[in-house]
Write a protein of this length. Structure first.
Length: 542
């Protein structure tokens, strides 16, 4: 689990107390002869005795001494010793700083789904990753096919390619979804809308009766196409017009406690409605890509399907958003597998010349030596290869050198091909974020200090351009960077702390000749959406 920022940089306040001013003497009013009205006039003809002089001097001395003693006591009471004051002030300062970090307006975050849920297999009935096979990864169901399946580069690794002209059929035995909550979600890439009616994604339709026939489809309305979630005569239409040749994440949720159908598109609610009944299908095969009973003619889906999952519960909106947008998450906290991706897709990783150290709040972090062979690399970042696709990159960094590549993106494992250092440090310790739109656009951020943890988040979207957050604040932005020209072809590699052979050979911009990085990185995440301020703030506080 990621942890809160932990710089031990709270400064102790030192309070200086000045001595109390001595009280001004207050004199009684003077008479017309400029003598104090209350002063006894002496008789110039009467001699003054020694006793009288001594007595008067004693009284005056006592009064003067009392004034001095009062001043000393006042100073002592108002000005404690330096040791006592420093102890008291240190405690107060630490408490105040801790409270500010946790609850002050600077760190006050609105609602965010970030980190609330991870990819979960709770109540998962079946899951097909289609990585070169039609096997159900849960081993609960055996999938049969009418034709030899074809696989293609998917959203993550490989995907199933369905050609509607071949009428392919994939099916398994009944999955118990009747009279219960459930969620079915998948990545879809439609390549044509050739059918005149529906293109079925999933169906389970033993009989054609009201509420007894499950079908998830892309449905035609005039010339437009929408997601559709049906129980037969108890159906929900999506609200967003779909396009061809684009990856979309679709989730279909039925919550029996509310009798509610919901469709989510790319992690966000697209439409919902209350139903009159739950699904009342208690038999029949579970079919992928077609429905041979309900419709006449060819209603097969044409395109790619990836990461198809069936669960016997209603997933939360936050869980669906994380599954649809979290591409990778590395916390480096697993003792046995410190490089494990805890995101939804378990991306493959290689690393060299690194150590796992005690980082923020003593949580593990990955540390790099600055040598040419010191790096961390993961493969499979789909959003970073699609032009004009939103993305966000988030991590914590602890620099021990004031230059170096932090995040390098490339289409080749050696750092070349389509390649660019997205985030790095210039020679004078300035943080830089970059994007490519035919030319390299560089966003110059603040200078960093050695041996200090910093949160760094780079986001990009067509609406807001390139943005750079440091320690939860969006410190810099480049709204003119309204387009992103990516490689367009898989796979995409992300390399930490090194540009490998890409140094000097990529769209380098201000980081063209950057050397390998010396220092540590923690809590590295990549999202296929633009994180909001509340998301960034939440990551900072966790």
């Amino acid at each position: 689990m990621a942890h809160r920022k932990t710089e031990n940089d709270f400064q102790k306040s030192v309070w200086a107390f000045k001595p109390a001013s001595e009280p001004k003497t207050s004199y009684p009013p003077m008479d017309s002869n400029c003598e104090h009205a209350t002063t006894l006039k002496s008789d110039p003809m009467k001699p003054v005795s020694l006793w009288s002089s001594f007595r008067n001097g004693l009284v005056i001395g006592t009064l003067f001494g009392g004034i001095i003693l009062a001043a000393v006591l006042t100073y002592w009471l108002l000005s404690p010793s330096t040791t006592i004051e420093n102890q008291s002030t240190s405690t107060s300062t630490t408490t105040t700083s801790t409270t500010t970090t946790t609850t002050a307006t600077f760190f006050s975050c609105g609602y965010s789904c970030v980190g609330q849920t991870r990819a979960s297999t709770i109540n998962q009935l079946a899951q097909w990753s289609f990585d070169g096979t039609v096997r159900d990864n849960t081993n609960n169901y055996l999938t049969s096919t009418s034709v030899t399946p074809t696989f293609i580069t998917g959203y993550n690794n490989q995907a199933l390619f369905l050609n509607s002209t071949l009428n392919p059929s994939l099916s398994t035995s009944y999955i118990p979804l009747g009279n219960t909550s459930f969620t079915i979600d998948a990545w879809l890439y439609p390549t044509t809308f050739s059918n005149s009616s529906d293109q079925v994604l999933v169906s389970m339709c033993p009989v054609i009766n009201n509420s007894s026939c499950l079908y998830l489809a892309i449905r035609r309305n005039n010339s437009n196409h929408y997601l559709s979630f049906g129980f037969y005569n108890d159906d929900l239409w999506g609200a967003t017009i779909l396009s061809l040749n684009q990856w979309i994440h679709a989730a279909f949720v039925f919550d029996i406690s509310a009798f509610q159908q919901s469709i989510y598109l790319n992690g966000f609610l697209d439409s919902s409605r209350n139903t009159s009944n739950p699904l009342l299908a208690f038999s029949g095969n579970f079919c992928i890509g077609y429905n041979s009973i309900m419709f006449l003619g060819n209603t097969s889906f044409e395109g790619y399907i990836d990461q198809l999952s069936v669960s016997s519960r209603a997933k939360s909106s936050c869980e669906i958003l994380e599954e649809a947008s979290l591409e990778a998450w590395f916390t480096f906290e697993n003792v046995r597998l410190p490089l494990l991706d805890i995101g939804p897709y378990s991306l493959s990783v290689t690393a060299s010349a690194y150590t796992i150290i005690s980082g923020r709040w003593s949580s593990p972090a990955i540390s790099f030596t600055g040598s040419n062979t010191s790096y961390f690399q993961a493969i499979g970042f789909t959003a970073l290869r699609i032009s004009n696709h939103e993305f966000s990159i988030s991590f914590w960094v602890y620099p021990e050198s004031l230059s170096g590549t932090l995040v390098h993106v490339s289409s080749s494992l050696n750092g070349t091909g389509w390649c660019m250092p997205f985030i790095g440090l210039t020679g004078n310790g300035s943080l830089v974020a970059q994007i490519y739109n035919g030319v390299t656009l560089s966003l110059l951020g603040p200078n960093v200090s050695l041996s200090t943890w910093y949160q760094v988040v780079q986001t990009w979207s067509p609406a807001n351009g390139l943005q750079l957050y440091v320690n939860s604040w969006m410190t810099y932005s480049l709204s003119s960077a309204a387009s992103f020209l990516a490689s367009g072809s898989p796979p995409m590699y992300v390399t930490l702390a090194n540009s490998l052979f890409g140094s000097g050979n990529c769209h380098g911009g201000m980081l063209n000749s950057t050397m390998p990085f010396i220092g540590a990185i923690d809590d590295f995440r990549v999202y296929s959406r633009e994180l909001t301020y509340d998301d960034v703030c939440t990551i900072y506080n966790t």
